[in-house]
Ligand binder design. Structure first.
Ligand code: UT7
Length: 336
């Protein structure tokens, strides 16, 4: 039976560190509020002239993942790129990575599932490998969110949370008794507007929206809007449901989890889920303290760091899980 296993992991974050203290210069907030409510101490933001875009950071993470997999870009058969902050409205960032890595004309697919983008992208990549269509698939999650945030008191409930960065994973086909065992993917579109960037869009194209903004300078529909409490309440439930679903598919229980890599949305969400599942601190990866919430990039960055720190060994059951805008949520279970 064909499965896909992780052949290599990589990450890249911009050099610029933005502390909570720095944010107090731009808005009415405090280190204490941010740490207590979210766990975040600092995040990375791109800066003008550093050459970092969603695609270039994705390419850097991908190079590291390929190197660790002992592969060349030409060994990759397909790219799945998850982001909510593509370099262009179109084309997607997957084709830009293909260009940056000078890859042959392999297919590139962008996944638009926000915080759960990497979980969805992983499930998609795994299906291509399981069917035998592709052998090596490059999965990337990358985000530049800082350039689209309202970095003023008006936008503080959202802008203190988000960070920039990228992570990548090379999946390869195996007939060994390991690799991805189960996936759970869900969405609930009735809550699409609870976590959203509305405009500019096909409903309200740029030119029309810019004219509208001149007359209505207080409209913030081009910045992310999040109904924070509402999202939080759904997240803590959906995370657990998705994790339980993949465990059940594989005939396992929470006690069988060796490492949970949750999307880094909010430390309080991860701690709540950890408690509900009865997991110890060493069974859950938390690095939101250093990077903030990097949306589709958070899981591959956290997974890469956990692997670099030697927290994953052969045969371990690792669970990736996420919840976010859409609402969309899901989980992937793998035996390392
Ligand atoms: O990534 C996937 C999806 N996202 C999530 O999963 C995030 C889910 N939600 C959250 O993490 C939390 O809801 C937040 C961290 C966003 C907000 O925390 P909260 O405990 O829900 O705070 P709140 O929105 O209820 O705001 C509490 C107070 C308000 O003041 P009043 O009305 O009580 O006077 C806010 O105006 O805190 C105020 N506030 C702030 N104060 C200082 C909001 N943002 C800030 C801030 N600094 N940055």
């Amino acid at each position: 039976m064909l499965r896909s296993k992780v052949a290599g992991l990589g990450k890249y974050v911009p050099e610029r560190v933005v502390t909570n203290e720095e944010l107090t210069r731009y808005m009415d907030t405090s280190d204490e509020w941010i740490r207590e409510r979210t766990g975040i101490r600092e995040r990375r933001w791109v800066e003008p002239g550093d050459g970092n875009t969603t695609a270039t950071m994705g390419a850097k993470a991908a190079r590291q993942a390929l190197e660790r997999a002992g592969m060349e870009p030409a060994d990759i058969d397909f790219i799945v790129f998850a982001t909510l902050s593509p370099d262009y409205i179109f084309p997607g960032s997957g084709v830009l990575v293909q260009k940056l890595l000078d890859m042959p004309t392999v297919g590139a697919l962008d996944v638009r599932n926000q915080c759960s983008g990497f979980v969805y992208a992983t499930a998609v990549a795994d299906q291509f490998i399981r069917t035998g269509m592709y052998k090596n698939v490059l999965v990337i999650g990358s985000e530049v969110q800082s350039t689209g945030l309202d970095v003023s008191t008006r936008g503080r409930a959202v802008s203190v949370i988000f960070g920039d960065g990228a992570g990548a994973m090379v999946l390869t086909a195996t007939d060994e008794d390991r690799g991805f065992l189960a996936h759970s993917l869900h969405s609930e579109g009735k809550y699409a507007e609870e976590l959203i960037v509305k405009y500019p869009s096909s409903n309200f194209p740029s030119q029309k929206y810019f004219e509208h903004l001149q007359q209505n300078p207080d409209d913030t529909s081009h910045f992310p809007y999040m109904n924070g409490n509402f999202v939080f309440k759904h997240a803590v439930i959906r995370f657990q449901e998705a994790i339980m679903e993949v465990l059940q598919q594989a005939g396992l229980t929470p006690a069988d989890i060796d490492l949970l890599v949750p999307h880094q949305a909010n430390l309080r969400i991860s701690q709540f889920v950890q408690k509900q599942l009865g997991l110890r601190d060493d069974q859950v990866v938390n690095n939101i303290q250093k990077y903030g919430n990097t949306t589709a990039a958070s899981i591959p960055i956290a997974l890469t760091e956990a692997w670099e720190e030697g927290r994953i060994k052969d045969g371990d059951h690792v669970v990736l899980a996420a919840f976010g805008s859409g609402f969309t949520w899901g989980a992937n279970l793998l035996k390392w």
